[in-house]
Design a protein around this ligand. Structure first.
Ligand code: NAP
Length: 481
């Protein structure tokens, strides 16, 4: 029987008659779970419960809050195999990728649990005699967390853990395409003993619940990850109420490949960053900008490697690429492939939906490579969020830098080179928040700041010690003794 997953408000599992299906994108006949469709009233109730829970939670000692996060990590660890398999079934990424993500969520909870014992403030000498000056961190209050489907566990984890350790209470709204992974984290927080009202979870339509979140009086801040369109709308709405806001949004990430690069590893890094997780990573490479001297050889090698990728149900061993997450997403990918065909020409490989045998039950698309893409082409400008790579020719390093930066987005960026001076030139001049050198553009860890620049992001960074800046405020004290 298909399980039903209730919303979680004020420490209770709240049922409603209306539900929506969470389907497996590799086999749409399979319903992974039914989720209670939350209402605007549920968001209002959740925000009130979070507000009522705030005084006790925010004054609990940091290490005591940390203990609840450690227990949450332990519970997720015990359910590791189950939670990873559920993620593959709801989002489509391969089981090894899902395991990597659940491991990351567990590590994130442990990392921020430790912050409960540190929570750095400031202490500086005064110019005045016998005046003691210091600044304490305090929580900001009730925070709304809105998350996308592509990292359905890690993104909720990297918002929940720092929000809670700073003493805030939260209302989480997960993506409708993949809500179960976030639900499992909330279940673990419940089992770990998070007091009632500290964590609240409401699934359902983004439009309805998003507006209700913005309208919820107790809310003080929103952290959002998702598309630029929704993020920009939220920004406008939130600023009317002066809500603190953090936005992590889309990208059109470049990888520069210079002629002096380690050729084979550059090919592997570009294919990995463009195609793995079905290209559905905000940090995925969608533009490979390749220096003239190795351009033709590089295109041929990328095409050859891409053709070897195995597409299928991510639960099966040996599969490299799972399905797109849903009907909308595969339509978007196929739409951009058609635009590419018209503007650029036939792709060098891929370019069609896969429907043979059991693949017909899912949203599978061939990994696709376009070559000789120009800066003016649509597929070099707009985020596709699928396994589609645009390869572009650069005259030299300077030309490659110009092409890489000539885009409104600035999330991640990569360079493949063995030249140290160019590496440093690149590090200082690349217009992106996350840079990699001789690694895929995607595949970041949780211990350092995460986030972009330009139109990709707004507000303080996520993850690492930097995450505390969004989820806490300072109280400054001058004390004469
Ligand atoms: P999305 O459509 O913007 O949805 C993100 C979240 O916002 C979902 O929970 C969605 O709910 C909700 N939402 C929809 N309408 C809303 C509204 N009016 N008010 C408030 N919330 C609303 O994005 P997505 O398709 O899930 O994710 C893909 C996008 O996320 C890509 O652009 C990708 O680059 C970006 N992303 C960025 C990062 C980063 O760190 N920069 C990381 C991952 C993904 P429903 O699901 O119910 O519609």
């Amino acid at each position: 029987m298909t399980p039903t997953f209730a919303n979680y408000i004020n420490g209770e599992w709240v049922e409603r008659p209306e539900t929506f299906d969470n389907r497996n994108p590799a086999n749409t006949e399979e319903v992974v779970g039914r989720f209670v469709k939350g209402t605007a009233q549920d968001i209002a109730d959740a925000a009130s419960a979070a507000s009522a829970a705030l005084p006790a939670w925010s004054t609990m000692s940091g290490p005591a809050r940390g203990n609840i996060l450690y227990k949450t990590a332990d519970i997720l660890d015990r359910k590791f195999e189950q939670v990873a398999a559920e993620m593959t079934r709801e989002e489509g990424k391969t089981l090894p990728e899902a395991k990597g993500e659940v491991r990351r969520s567990i590590n994130i909870f442990r990392y921020f649990a430790g912050e409960g014992s540190r929570m750095p403030g400031m202490l500086v000498p005064s110019e005045r005699d016998r005046v003691h000056m210091f600044a304490l961190r305090k929580p900001i209050g009730v925070v709304g967390l809105v998350t996308p489907w592509n990292f359905p566990s890690a993104i909720p984890a990297w918002k929940l853990a720092p929000a809670l350790i700073c003493g805030n209470t939260v209302v989480v709204k997960p993506a409708s395409a993949a809500p179960l992974s976030a639900w499992r984290i909330v279940e673990a927080l419940h089992e770990a003993g998070a007091p009632k009202g500290v964590v609240n979870f409401v699934a359902g339509s983004g439009g309805t619940l998003g507006q209700a979140l913005v309208d919820a009086k107790p809310l003080k801040a929103i952290s959002f990850t998702g598309s630029c369109e929704i993020g920009n709308w939220l920004h406008n709405e939130a600023s009317k109420r002066r809500l603190r806001i953090q936005l992590e949004m889309g990208g059109k990430n470049p990888t520069i490949v210079l002629a002096d690069a380690d050729f084979n590893s550059a090919v592997e890094n570009v294919v990995n960053a463009a195609m793995f997780s079905t290209g559905q990573k905000c940090t995925a490479t969608s533009r490979a900008i390749v220096e003239n001297g190795i351009y033709d050889r590089f295109v041929a090698a990328v095409v050859e490697r891409t053709k070897k990728l195995k597409v299928g149900d991510g639960m099966q061993a040996g599969i490299d690429i799972g399905p797109c997450v849903d009907q909308d997403q595969i339509e978007t990918v196929l739409k951009y492939v058609e635009i590419g065909r018209k503007e650029v020409g036939e792709p060098k490989c891929g370019g069609r939906r896969l429907t043979e045998g059991s693949l017909g039950k899912g949203y599978f698309v061939e990994p696709t490579v376009f070559a000789d893409v120009q800066e003016s082409h649509t597929i070099a400008q707009e985020e596709i969020f699928g396994p589609v790579l645009a390869i572009m020719r650069a005259k030299d390093f300077e030309d490659a830098m110009r092409i890489a930066n000539n885009i409104p987005f600035g999330l991640s960026s990569s360079i493949q080179t063995t030249n140290l001076s160019r590496t440093f030139e690149y590090i200082y001049r690349a217009e992106a928040g996350l840079l990699t050198v001789n690694l895929p553009s995607a595949g970041v860890e949780y211990q350092l700041p995460f986030g972009g620049t330009k139109e990709s992001s707004f507000g303080p960074k996520e993850q690492g010690a930097a995450a505390l800046e969004f989820y806490s405020d300072y109280k400054t004290i001058y004390l004469k003794y």
